[in-house]
Design a protein around this ligand. Structure first.
Ligand SMILES: Cc1cc2nc3c(=O)[nH]c(=O)nc-3n(C[C@H](O)[C@H](O)[C@H](O)COP(=O)(O)OP(=O)(O)OC[C@H]3O[C@@H](n4cnc5c(N)ncnc54)[C@H](O)[C@@H]3O)c2cc1C
Length: 333
């Protein structure tokens, strides 16, 4: 059976799923509305390899990017400890656009669809569980003297966490994660920057702000509709490998649809998809809670930690799965 699928979204999850489904022989139509803000991301080397494995593309050749070799963390104060962590720094929207250009010929533009893949980015609503209310503020600034250009820097500041990395086009990308949604975004980002580089007096250009708590849509797979990427499960940018999850989620969604196309059995596959994502969500929230508890300025994170712990108590963790993703296919266990 050939499935007719409409993919909604314009990010990495949407284009990865569309490309994989088209290769599978499904008829695919993508409805993309591009409007995402500039978002500089560090994509771990294992995720870069995953793009090569599942799509056959070298993403460092597709979009302006640069490699960093270390993650330097300051859990307290300004002393950074470096650990090896290879990652490719690029703009997530530019990467998605490069995937679109690469795969556009494989799309069928006019189609009566029977399935919708929803990859429209973070969402809210009654069915979405949010493990906190924290916020990410994104900005750019000049590179301070002595900044370790070959590293990404993550530091705890009195107001939250700050993440900094040199952008592919020069300048520094900065993101602060703070628990104080009532404060002015610009003030929070500036105070974190001033704490980490006292006296530098950088002009910080704020590019945007949005929610950063992990979230999961419990209705991410229903008859005729599968949500993927951030639309189904969004990770905390501080710990997460959101791009990696977008690719893995696309891989899983197309495998679920491939299995459905092969024998028409739907419910068990959709149940598996929801349970699998729920499992990933709970594992991620557990890791986040431990991360925030270990922070030097842990008191400012109390409310977030309580919210994360309550999500972990409320949602049962299922460890037994009837299926497994092997390569690009779903197999019974
Ligand atoms: C501040 C911040 C920093 C991050 N840092 C990292 C990092 O360092 N490393 C990492 O791996 N991940 C990081 N992430 C996470 C990562 O960016 C996301 O997880 C990833 O981009 C999700 O991809 P996606 O395709 O699901 O969604 P998105 O990238 O959000 O794409 C969704 C797309 O759908 C489009 N759209 C919206 N509505 C519609 C509609 N109605 N119809 C059609 N299209 C629509 C939007 O315009 C957008 O282009 C970060 C996230 C944030 C917020």
């Amino acid at each position: 059976m050939t499935l007719r699928i409409r993919v909604e979204g314009a990010g990495v999850a949407a284009w990865t799923a569309a490309a994989l489904l088209a290769r599978r022989g499904c008829a695919v139509n993508v409805h993309a509305e591009c409007g995402a803000q500039e978002r500089i991301v560090a994509v771990p080397a294992k995720t870069v390899a995953l793009f090569e494995d599942c799509l056959g593309v070298a993403i460092e050749a597709m979009t302006p990017s640069r490699w960093v070799e270390k993650r330097c963390v300051a859990w307290e104060g300004r002393d950074l400890t470096g650990i090896p962590a290879r990652a490719l720094v690029c703009d997530a929207s530019a990467l998605a656009e490069a995937l679109r250009v690469h795969f556009i010929d494989e799309m069928d533009a006019s189609l009566e669809h029977e399935w919708v893949l929803c990859a429209k980015g973070r969402t809210r609503g009654d069915t979405v569980v949010e493990a906190g209310v924290r916020r990410a503020v994104v900005g750019r600034m000049e590179i301070p003297d002595g900044f370790p250009n070959e590293a990404m820097v993550v530091a705890a500041t009195p107001g939250g966490w700050i993440f900094a990395v040199v952008r592919p086009d020069g300048d520094l990308a900065v993101v602060s994660i703070d628990p104080s949604i009532e404060l002015v975004a610009e003030t929070v980002l500036r105070e974190s920057v001033d704490f980490l580089w006292p006296g530098f007096g950088a002009q910080v250009l704020v590019l945007g702000a949005g929610t950063a708590a992990p979230s999961f849509d419990r209705t991410c797979a229903t008859q005729g509709r599968i949500a993927l990427g951030d639309n189904a499960l969004a990770l905390d940018p501080l710990r997460g490998d959101g791009i990696g999850f977008a690719v893995r989620g696309a891989l899983l969604a197309q495998a679920v649809l491939g299995a459905i196309a092969s024998d028409g059995a739907i419910e068990a596959r959709l149940d598996y998809y929801r349970d699998r994502l729920s499992h990933v969500f709970l594992g991620h929230v557990r890791g986040c809670a431990a991360h925030y508890e270990a922070a030097w300025n842990e008191p400012i994170w109390r409310r977030e930690i309580v919210l994360m712990r309550s999500v972990l108590r409320r949602i049962p963790m299922d460890n037994k799965f009837r299926f497994r993703l092997i390569g690009k296919e779903l197999r019974s266990t």
